[in-house]
Design a protein around this ligand. Structure first.
Ligand SMILES: Cc1cc2nc3c(=O)[nH]c(=O)nc-3n(C[C@H](O)[C@H](O)[C@H](O)COP(=O)(O)OP(=O)(O)OC[C@H]3O[C@@H](n4cnc5c(N)ncnc54)[C@H](O)[C@@H]3O)c2cc1C
Length: 384
């Protein structure tokens, strides 16, 4: 077992850490308050190769390994979860499933555009009445000559309003539940495709979230991703990538809370001393550090498994479940250490606290992760 990062991974960490500190962090709070996604910053991130971190160079990516992919999510999450969410969706929920499930023609057509940041992508699985149970989706796709005609609605879709390409799931066989779902590559501009932004979110305010409307949306047959009626496999395979970067982002946000609290606890004086000198404050900092480090090890273990091509659904769920709950505990303590000032939007911990909340909800709630882990342990599935 080797716990050291390679020279390349260290170099990537240093580059993204500097970029996050100098370019993303200074405007994170302002963008959160304005509720605006900074597209220009994502383009700069792409110039460094970080819009296609694990995608092979032949498809326009950087060709880095999966631990490097986590490091990028971690370092972005350390300063701004909105940008981290956008990064996760672009790379883990759009590029990686295309790399894994698309045919050669589709890979060559879409990956270079996405990995260069020229195009943004989104992943459209959730519907108003189908969240934890995506197999109950109502969107349909009906064959019509050389096209499929899609009808339905997707909601809570990260990047929906800024995406040039959406991976959309619809039922090609209504009676077959999970085995009747197909994944489609839908370009903005295809007839019958439209989006609407969602506002007034608790957190991730600088990340775009929206709805997708499919109204007799005509998608060429060549845009089926993977096989017809095998889309559920694509969706679940995708979530193994997505949950991984959510977990990594949580580790980063927890580290961000620690960074901010260390500085604050040393300069904040009460009872004539820095609050950092009080044992109960040190206890909170120590708990935050231990939990963050435990989460990081869980994430890097998954990265190692992904690098080796070993199945990792169980370990990914463990990392996602632990890290998403962990960052909420850490952000709670970060507010506590800031006292009343932590309750103010003028301090970054307030944004970290709000942004932490989403992680136990999306890409499978904590309960869904528990059921996945439970099924591996017990050999009994609570749901199909
Ligand atoms: C900001 C944001 C961004 C998102 N981005 C995307 C995206 O890019 N693409 C996308 O497709 N979706 C996205 N989602 C949707 C997200 O994945 C869903 O919200 C999530 O899967 C939960 O579904 P739901 O909200 O319908 O909750 P529900 O499924 O209705 O769950 C409600 C509660 O019931 C519990 N529950 C449900 N079933 C069970 C069960 N069998 N056993 C025990 N408890 C259960 C849940 O854990 C939860 O506590 C996003 C959501 C948000 C808020």
């Amino acid at each position: 077992m080797d716990f050291d990062l390679s020279e390349e991974q260290k170099m990537i960490q240093e580059t993204i850490r500097k970029f996050a500190k100098e370019v993303i962090a200074p405007v994170a709070s302002e963008n959160d308050k304005k509720g605006e996604f900074p597209r220009d910053i994502f383009k700069k991130l792409a110039e460094l190769g970080f819009a296609g971190t694990p995608i092979p160079e032949e498809y326009g990516g950087a060709g880095f390994d999966y631990i490097s992919h986590a490091i990028v999510a971690e370092e972005i999450g350390r300063v701004d979860s909105s940008m981290r969410g956008t990064y996760s969706v672009q790379v883990s929920l759009v590029e990686l499933p295309i790399f894994k499930f698309a045919n050669e023609e589709q890979k060559k057509k879409y990956l270079p555009k996405l990995a260069s940041g020229e195009w943004m992508g989104c992943f459209g699985l959730t519907e108003p009445d189908a969240g934890s149970d995506p197999a109950s989706m109502k969107s349909t796709a009906v064959e019509n000559g050389d096209h499929y005609v899609l009808n339905g609605q997707k909601t809570w879709i990260t990047n929906a309003g800024i995406a040039d390409l959406a991976i959309v799931y619809a039922k090609t066989d209504k009676k077959a539940e999970a085995r009747g779902i197909t994944a489609f590559l839908v370009e903005r501009g295809m007839e019958g495709f439209s989006t609407k932004d969602l506002h007034d979110k608790l957190g991730l305010r600088a990340s775009n979230t929206g709805e997708i409307f499919l109204e007799n949306c005509r998608v060429p047959k060549e845009n089926v991703l993977g096989e017809v009626n095998k889309g559920f496999k694509v969706a679940m395979g995708t979530l193994d990538f997505g949950r991984y970067t959510v977990a990594a982002g949580c580790v980063g946000s927890a580290q961000g809370c620690i960074d901010i609290c260390k500085e604050y606890a040393i300069q904040r004086i009460q009872f004539g001393k820095p609050i950092a000198s009080f044992q109960l404050v040190q206890q909170m900092i120590a708990d935050m550090v231990v939990e963050c480090e435990a989460g990081r090890l869980l994430v890097y273990r998954v990265g190692d498994m992904k690098n080796k091509g070993v199945p990792n659904t169980r370990e990914t769920s463990i990392a996602k479940y632990y890290c998403s709950e962990m960052v909420n505990r850490v952000a709670y303590k970060a507010i506590q250490i800031h006292g009343g000032y932590g309750f103010s939007g003028e301090y970054d911990v307030e944004r970290f606290y709000r942004d932490a909340r989403i992680n136990t909800l999306y890409e499978g709630t904590s309960q869904i992760q528990q059921l996945i882990i439970g099924a591996y342990e017990l050999g009994i599935k609570a749901f199909t």
